[in-house]
Design a protein around this ligand. Sequence first.
Ligand code: SF4
Length: 208
Amino acid sequence: MNEKIVCLSKPEPSEPVSFRANIGLSGQTLEQLHKKGKQYGVENILPFRMNNIVVAQWVNLKCRYGCSQYMANWSCPPATPDLAEVKTIFSEYSTALLLVGNQNRNDFYKDSNRNRTDQVKYWKGTVSLERMLFLKGYDKAIGLVSGACSLCKKCAYPDACRFPMEKRPTVESFYIDLVGTLKNLGIDTKVALELHETFKYYSIILLD
Ligand code: SF4
């Protein structure tokens, strides 16, 4: 990875960590995150500076037009913050983690039940890593997940969410131009055109 991926190194404290302890992100913590993430299909975790994130109004167009989850899911617009709020939120963070998962299945476009199972597993992984970070003193950590929430077969929107503790906004609902952001991070990504090609999941944890 290039220099835009950062690893903030400070030794792992042996004492209980206070919130806002300015502890950086040690190699040991990153390793623990990797280990836990693997259980959920998270193959890679990359720390990076927030100024690499690209936000754009056009991302919202893709939510409004051509996506069945618009105004139908609590993790998607318009239930999520608007662009001005997103910019304010992002200004309150300096570091984030990119979580990358792979999917390589010939039945990807045929077996929607299995897709949902995999998506839920990956979703839970993001929330679980966020929780782990919280317990390590990163009280600001919050996950932006990949794909609309699929915890329920059909989202309860506009009625109350059935699992509010697990509910998180999607990456795209935060106006993040994912391809532009990946380019900034020096990560090359391409459209999977053939069934045998690898499909990737990307989620983000805003860290500190
Ligand atoms: S947990 Fe269920 S009701 Fe809540 S956002 Fe997810 S799918 Fe919708």
